[in-house]
Ligand binder design. Structure first.
Ligand code: SF4
Ligand code: SF4
Length: 193
């Protein structure tokens, strides 16, 4: 068998600027990953991920930045924390996913699921205005902007009639504190243009 094309690779010898960046930003030691796969085994959405959580960690070690910033898994991770609970090294994969999502948006990568980004931005703007989410206007705006005009209408009316879906949510008292949380979010949006 011709094995000339095959050069074994040692992960600990690969230089990964992305790994250094993630470790520095989040204080997570990626090198403690044992590749046991418990994170992938417990992940609630691994069946629809293009790269499982274990592979995400390995891709960081390989410095595969472009692959990570364009993968679909970024936009279907639920931040449910199941992978963290199972990881023997306590590697916080949802935080890594959050970091990669922010980085992908900041650097102008087109998300594979724009509706997820739209929902996130509508929810954030709702919180910025009132300090909490107003579910009915949020659902309405999202459905209109994604062209799903009648989606959830019957359910929404039933919930409204039972008093489970108020049309507005009151403002929280310390709105100035809430607004300070959004300063960096706006900086990121301005950069994205
Ligand atoms: S936080 Fe994301 S990666 Fe972790 S188990 Fe949940 S869906 Fe999977
Ligand atoms: S559970 Fe933790 S140690 Fe195991 S593969 Fe996943 S990230 Fe690595």
């Amino acid at each position: 068998m011709d094995t000339d094309f095959y050069t074994p690779m040692r992960l600990d010898e690969v230089e990964s600027p992305l790994q250094d960046e993630v470790e520095k930003a989040l204080g997570i030691d990626i090198e403690t990953c044992m590749e046991c796969g418990k994170c992938s085994g417990g992940c609630s959405n691994a069946h629809i991920f293009d790269f499982t959580p274990r592979k995400v960690v390995q891709l960081i070690r390989l410095g595969a930045e472009e692959t990570l910033l364009t993968m679909d898994a970024l936009w279907v991770c639920l931040s449910c924390q199941l992978c963290v609970d199972r990881c023997p090294s306590g590697i916080d994969i949802p935080r890594i996913m959050d970091y990669l999502r922010e980085k992908a948006l900041r650097e102008g990568y087109r998300p594979s699921r724009p509706a997820v980004v739209l929902f996130y931005e509508l929810m954030c703007s709702c919180v910025e205005r009132r300090g909490r989410v107003s579910e009915a206007p949020l659902m309405l705006r999202f459905n209109v902007l994604t062209g799903q005009y009648l989606k959830d209408l019957t359910l929404g009316i039933r919930m409204f009639l039972k008093g489970k879906l108020p049309l507005t949510a009151g403002k929280v008292k310390k709105m100035d504190e809430v607004r300070t949380l959004f300063v960096s979010w706006h900086r990121r949006s301005v950069k994205r243009g």
